[in-house]
Design a binder for this molecule. Structure first.
Ligand code: PLP
Length: 398
């Protein structure tokens, strides 16, 4: 018999706030009712606010984030199109694999895991592409496997510096609604997000926020990739009326309404500042334990997830198993080449400082049980010190 709360420190799905869970607990309803658009049209508008996309539009698909990856590609590119992608973790790897499976001519720049988008290499490649053969440039904003955030504004600068017309695709699954994302300002043409991370919902809904340029690319007269379920034209025809070309997950929409209200009530800037503070506290804790992050330096640090190397001779999977079985705590595992070497702490979504302290405490006790030579309490103490200092001005204001 287990008691208390099973703690979730994986980088998605994240904790679903009670307010969101309660909002979803409604009877099944008629998806063609005359009043559904009152709910859905507001959601489309507010999702645009969350993405900071004034001019374009947002699609919602009943899929996980991977579906929106596919929708983005199928709707704007043709088989054989040349695209530029960087691979620096398991999720950027999987997007490359999808692009290849869909028949794109993918030029991959491999980067050491722990770093993010290589602006110099992108610049060199874009500068050399005088004939504009590259039709799209892809970036994983936040590589969840390594805890690395990339500079999207920097990629836009590279494209602009060479007046290059490539579409800019961004995977924001583990960044959007948690850390700063400015679609219009950064000239992002297709931005992908999922419901189960910063949006604090269960998995199962994906968001694809597109620019006017991406919409134009969807119906220019170049031959395109075959598409059906995700076809923009079918979505637009129905979405404009507040409906969908299939049976939509209406309960999700009530949850999304509550989640967006929570994000806007807190204020997006405050949401981002909170994520930074919590992430920094966790990082101080990791440092206090003498452990190293996969992220190769502060410019790559992710404010939504930390990937942490366990000490030499310790099996990270054992740490994760102990945390789950003995201490009711879930951490993320090391993916692909990081398997067994790394555990991950997700610090995004509906989270506060004491929850992060408890993640560190669970990490310490599980590491010690797995044979790591750490000083129990050292991580928690370092995080305490930071949170007391970082939160002090807020306490005084209250
Ligand atoms: N991209 C990133 C950065 C992710 O973290 C994930 C999932 O964790 C995905 C894509 C895939 O999203 P989903 O699992 O929702 O299909």
């Amino acid at each position: 018999m287990k008691h208390g709360i099973r703690q979730l420190f994986i980088p998605g799905p994240t904790n679903v706030p009670d307010r969101v869970r309660r909002a979803m607990n409604v009877p099944m309803e008629d998806q063609r009712s005359p009043d559904l658009p009152e709910l859905t049209l507001g959601l489309f508008g507010d999702l645009k606010r969350a993405f900071r996309n004034e001019s374009g539009r947002v699609f919602m698909f009943p899929s996980s984030g991977t579906g929106a990856w596919e929708a983005a590609i199928q709707n704007t590119l043709a088989s054989g199109d040349k695209v530029l992608m960087a691979r620096f973790g398991q999720f950027s790897h999987l997007w490359v694999e999808m692009a290849q499976r869909l028949g794109l001519d993918v030029e991959v720049i491999d980067v050491e895991w722990g770093k993010g988008v290589p602006l110099d290499a992108y610049e060199a490649r874009i500068a050399a592409d005088a004939d504009h053969e590259i039709r799209a440039v892809f970036v994983t904003h936040n590589e969840t496997a390594t805890g690395v955030t990339s500079d999207i504004a920097g990629v836009r600068k590279v494209l602009d510096a060479h007046s290059h017309p490539a579409l800019l695709f961004v995977d924001g699954v583990s960044s959007i609604a948690s850390i700063e994302f400015r679609q219009d300002e950064w000239g992002v043409d297709l931005a992908v997000a999922g419901s189960q991370k910063g949006f604090m919902l269960p998995a199962g809904l994906s968001f694809l926020s597109v620019s006017e340029k991406a919409l134009a690319a969807n119906h220019d007269n170049r031959p395109k990739m075959a598409r059906s379920y995700f076809a923009f034209a079918d979505q637009i025809a129905m979405n404009d009326q507040g409906y969908f070309p299939y049976t939509p997950p209406t309960q999700f929409f009530h949850g999304l309404r509550a989640a967006l209200d929570m994000l806007f009530e807190e204020g997006l800037e405050n949401v981002f500042a909170r994520h930074h503070r919590l992430a920094e506290g966790v990082r101080r804790g990791i440092q206090g334990l003498g452990l190293k992050l996969v992220a190769a330096g502060p410019q790559w640090y992710s404010d939504t997830v930390s990937a942490i190397y366990v000490p030499e001779g310790v099996d990270a999977n054992r740490v994760i198993k102990i945390a789950y079985e003995r201490y009711d705590t879930s951490f993320g595992g090391g993916l692909a080449r990081l398997n067994g070497k790394v555990f991950r702490i997700g610090h995004l979504g509906d989270l506060n400082a004491v929850m992060c302290l408890s993640a560190l405490a669970a990490a310490e006790i599980s590491l010690a049980d797995a044979g790591a030579k750490i000083t129990p309490g050292a991580g928690v103490a370092a995080a305490h010190a930071y949170f007391r200092e970082a939160d002090a001005p807020v306490l005084v204001e209250r």
